[in-house]
Design a protein around this ligand. Sequence first.
Ligand code: C2E
Ligand code: MG
Ligand code: MG
Ligand code: MG
Length: 288
Amino acid sequence: RAKTDGRGTYRIFNPEMDAVAQERRLLELDMRNAFVNGEYKLVYQPQISLDNQEIVGFEALLRWEHPERGLVSPEFFIPVAEETGLIIQLGDWVIRRACMEAMQWPDHVRVAVNVSSIQFMRGNVINSVMSALAASGLPPQRLEIEITETVLLEKTEQNIAILEQLHALGVRIAMDDFGTGYSSLGYLRRFRFDKIKIDRSFIRDVAQNRESGAIVHAITKLGVSFGILTTAEGVETQEQLFHLAREGCTEVQGWQFSKAIPAEDVSSVLAVPVSAAIDRWRREHEER
Ligand code: C2E
Ligand code: MG
Ligand code: MG
Ligand code: MG
């Protein structure tokens, strides 16, 4: 039995093929079928502004609900989608779906979408974004694209040109997971990011670890002087929240407020004031 692997080459299934490789082929097949079967969905995590203590946007996070495997984590299946090239099709679907669902929200609420560096470099992200905006009617200002530093690692000029074109459409650009991987401060000078998202690994022990604290301090200061918003990812405790507010971080996202929620719950989350955590924070600030 021969099967195309999507790159125009052929691989033959044979009895010697080891179990790992077989399992892998099955997974790839499952991932393609998941499209047809409607097993992918998006969940949304609130992003809270520390200026006005309001939800200013939601990050769309991909989920795969497999009938037998159960809920499969994107940390597991996105790398597979990237290796097989399926990420291009899947990523297009994510952009389109997120824009459609965000149309149901109030006008001031943005949607942030993760775009894989593979999709960014091999797909046509400008076309994907334009067609998603056109199909949904979402104003471009309400869409934020999250990319990682990997996008700027190779073919930097070419990729910055793509980012500029997205900007020209009116779409916002955020740098995700900042501080991990290949961080180069030079990138911040080459392109006007609208937002830097400080990686969760620095937030986790920001209040206890001197180095994490120093990194978060440096990034927030950089944000202020560049006029770039800074979002702290993975805020789980009030201690972290207070620390970040004092540092001048502009937005927070994390389980302290909410995990990612189904699309149908977005309006009810928007209807109530941001969690008690924020109220406590505000009281504390007013007392001083
Ligand atoms: P990310 O873009 O950095 O997303 C943040 C991840 O942190 C999400 O994991 C979110 O659920 C998790 N998180 C948020 N708050 C907290 C917290 O307080 N504590 C902890 N421990 N975790 C928190 P998730 O949804 O499993 O996604 C993991 C990664 O998968 C994402 O990291 C992103 O790189 C990728 N991903 C998710 N959806 C998509 C997508 O639609 N397209 C692409 N290309 N990548 C995606
Ligand atoms: Mg992200
Ligand atoms: Mg991140
Ligand atoms: Mg991440």
